[in-house]
Write a protein that binds this ligand. Sequence first.
Ligand SMILES: [Zn+2]
Ligand SMILES: [Zn+2]
Length: 398
Amino acid sequence: MYVRRLTLSLLLAPALVTASFPQSSHVNPWAPTELNNLPPAASLTDGTWLKGDLHVHSSHSKESSNNSVAKIISYSESVGMGYACITDHDNHVLGDVAHNTWTDPDFKSEKLILLYCAEWTTTRGHGNTISAVPYDHQRFYDVRDQRDVVVGAVKKELGIHLSANHPSGKDHFGYSYDMVDSIEVWNSSIWPKNANAIMIWDDMLSSGRKLTGRGGSDAHHGAAPTPEQATKNTPQAAWNYIGTPTTWIFVKDKTPQGVIDALNSGRVSVSANPYAPRVEFYADTDGNGQPDMMMGDNVKAAGKTVKFNVRLTGNTAPDGVYTVHVIKNGNKYKDIQITGKSATAGFEDAPPAIERTYYRVEVEGPSTPYPQVPKSTEGSGSMVGLTNPLYFNFNPNF
Ligand SMILES: [Zn+2]
Ligand SMILES: [Zn+2]
């Protein structure tokens, strides 16, 4: 009986396998397909580059020192910033940033575009919320320990931009990246500590997520006005302060919403400090000799040769040698050496049709002095700046 049963099961087994798992009918619904509905890139000239710092703490964050809202705003104005985003810890005021930072009588400026920001400070990590208008931050604070599906729904309802802060290391962002709009790829003047953040960014980009990379000093401490007011953290002000690094945003409308729209679009570049050169990245996809897309833009690739162009704008050291590192799909692709005099580099490649491809750039070279934060250049070293990617065939409905 036992033998008969075994024989029967052996005879039946292959037939059952074939019947249950028909290989020929499997279709991967997520396989890349031709995207025919990508809108053309927006104008490359109709806009203004505005600089600022997207992560700064005022005295409404309890562990900060000598850094009032008035001081942050007047300092930002003095170094030519175009926008400000004060990100105080919400847990210090039990979620009520609206009645602290935003109603501070000094939260006003004639020169800067002021964004309504906070650092969502939770057990699972930190993220910056950024908004053009005041919103009910208390509601976002209330859901901090809920599952991501709840957090994501409230975030959407509030209409805020959410950005993952210092994504690796202490207080790393422990939520899904599917609900964030940007990621802090450069935190503080100490550039080398961002290697893991860059790795996470490249993983998210490589998996099809079009996610803006941005900077943030995370400065908490200002210089002491008198020796008596100095704290044990005051020396930090010489190493890391507003603008280390500086995030440049190509803004079409010089309004709070215009800054956020541009941040979402990825027309964003990060520089070591407010005086360091800005790195710009363009491409000519139709071969007419003129660029037709810039960093952050996503266009359809047809497998044809594309001419890429990297430019350093602003204070380059004329005889300084800069190395342009090109990263393609998360891997080192090409290094190009240029001088500060020419300040431009070109290369060609043919991103394939249908498949996703992205290129981004990091530039190393002589550091630019930042006299107000003199030691910051020791932290940033040879790092000059980085760009957001040029995207090809990224699905906008991802
Ligand atoms: Zn933080
Ligand atoms: Zn912070």
